[in-house]
Write a protein that binds this ligand. Structure first.
Ligand SMILES: Cc1ncc(COP(=O)(O)O)c(C=O)c1O
Length: 452
């Protein structure tokens, strides 16, 4: 099957340029947004009210003919680029063959192939098995189910600033109230939170091991190690502000969980699949989790998620205890196999390191010129700046918002995040051409100059 025969107007063949032909948002987008307001629940937010009709490489093409530079990747999803040829070809073939049987009714190869690939790519050389789901939150929930069954314990340890999803259990595991939890309680019980390593916001300097011991102390004193089924951690905080814990933090937590028979669950939903310059963020410190939850970048934009882990833990759950109607849908599995092929063929970990080095260089330069940048941080192509006041510390979410809004008005799609809403985060597709990234950062530099 040729790419040309299967691809529509999007994909990497789209001109890789920023092109503005109307104000952002343009008149057609505004018209469509009015219709969206009429029909879509108000609780579903929008970062930038621009309607997209094609995308590929590092650009999003809107309905008014504007070509925007994508620094969001649909929140860390389209690492391989939108409509990547490897994804389009496999998905097209799969759609033409069959769209659904339910893997729990009659199985098919794609599901098993994805599980085999995950065993190969996730950290550690031990025997592994996987189960597939539809969303990151669902993967996290199932990791907890597996850990509870394996250990016979109930308590779940999580960290400050964590984000794990929007279902009832994952809301309980998520730290930030607005907008994720406000008014949605009561939340699931048996979830206990400990302090994270957040180097920029530590009241006194504390190294990674000491920060881990501070968290361990909370778990030991307030929960009891023998009551903990699992500790769930994002190796680099995503929605919480792209916080990279101090070196030694993750290995120490891992060492302690192992000593106490607590299942170590890495939530690699935002950090996985080459984003941080390696297959997974845990790889950077040689941390081998018991269970890894993945989603987002796994399938080039298709809804797929997984829990991958030690075979004996994964097999602890009784037959029928894991699954779901759509989990591991054949089309989503075909997309994942195409996406992982693209990651390997194009060495997207190396691309993430190269893009990340370029972004960090530009951000370090901006930080010298603008004291409102309190911290430049991240790993690979997952980088961020924290915007602060003149004291170098107080979070400035309004300033972060106006910088982001300026970028939007100039055709660069940026996102904010962080517990205090004052972090500008940059997540380009790993298929982003270098020149386009440079142009996006020229716009960002202008945003720092022109916004107060
Ligand atoms: C670290 C992390 N865990 C879990 C989730 C939830 O994933 P989903 O939105 O697919 O349910 C997210 C989503 O942003 C995430 O970043």
């Amino acid at each position: 099957m040729t790419h040309a025969a299967t691809r529509g107007a999007g994909g990497p063949a789209l001109p890789q340029e920023r092109r503005l032909v109307t104000e952002i948002p343009g008149p057609r987008s505004l018209e469509k947004f009015a219709r969206r307001r009429e029909h879509v629940a108000a609780g579903v937010g929008t970062t930038l009210p621009v309607f997209i009709e094609a995308a590929g490489g590092g650009v999003l093409l809107d309905v008014d003919g504007n070509s925007l530079i994508d620094l969001a990747s649909g929140i860390a999803v389209t690492g391989v680029g939108n409509s990547a040829p490897e994804v389009v070809d496999r998905v097209t073939a799969q759609v033409a063959a069959f769209t659904h049987t339910c893997f729990m009714v009659t199985p098919y190869d794609g599901y098993v192939d994805v599980c085999a690939k995950l065993a190969e790519l996730t950290p550690g050389g031990h025997a592994k098995k996987s189960a597939l789901f539809n969303s990151g939150a669902e993967a996290v929930e199932n990791a907890v189910k597996i850990a509870r069954t394996h250990t016979g314990r109930t308590a779940v340890g999580v960290f400050d600033h964590a984000y794990h999803g929007r279902t009832n259990l994952t809301m309980a595991m998520t730290s930030k109230n607005m907008p994720y939890k406000q008014g949605f309680g009561p939340f699931a019980g048996e979830v206990y939170r400990a302090p994270m390593s957040y180097p920029f916001r530590e009241p006194v300097e504390i190294d990674g091991r000491a920060a881990a011991d501070r968290a361990i102390d909370v778990f030991e004193k307030q929960v009891g190690a023998s009551n903990l089924a699992c500790v769930v951690i994002e190796p680099i905080l995503g929605e919480g502000g792209f916080v990279v814990p101090a070196a030694g933090f993750l290995p120490r937590i891992r060492e302690w969980t192992e000593a106490h028979g607590i299942v170590f669950v890495a939530d690699e939903i935002q950090t996985g699949f080459c984003r941080t310059g390696d297959w997974f963020a845990c790889d950077h410190e040689g941390v081998v989790p018991d269970l890894v939850a993945t989603a987002k970048g796994i399938a080039g934009g298709f809804p797929l998620a997984a829990v991958t882990g030690r075979a004996e833990m994964m097999d602890a759950v009784h037959v029928g205890g894991l699954g779901g109607t759509y989990g591991g849908n054949p089309v989503a599995c075909a997309a994942a196999l195409g996406a992982m092929e693209a990651m390997q063929n194009h060495d997207l970990s190396a691309a993430a390191r190269r893009l990340g080095a370029g972004m960090t260089h530009r951000l370090d330069g901006l930080a010298k010129a603008h004291s409102c940048i309190g911290d430049v941080r991240g790993r690979g192509a997952m980088v961020a700046v924290e915007i602060v006041g003149t004291d170098g510390h107080t979070p400035e979410p309004v300033r972060a918002g106006s910088i982001s809004a300026f970028c939007h008005s100039q055709g660069v799609v940026t996102l904010t995040c962080g517990t205090y809403g004052n972090v500008l985060r940059f997540l380009p597709p790993l298929a982003m051409p270098d020149a386009l990234l440079e142009e996006a950062f020229d716009v960002l530099a202008e945003a720092f100059e022109t916004t107060a």
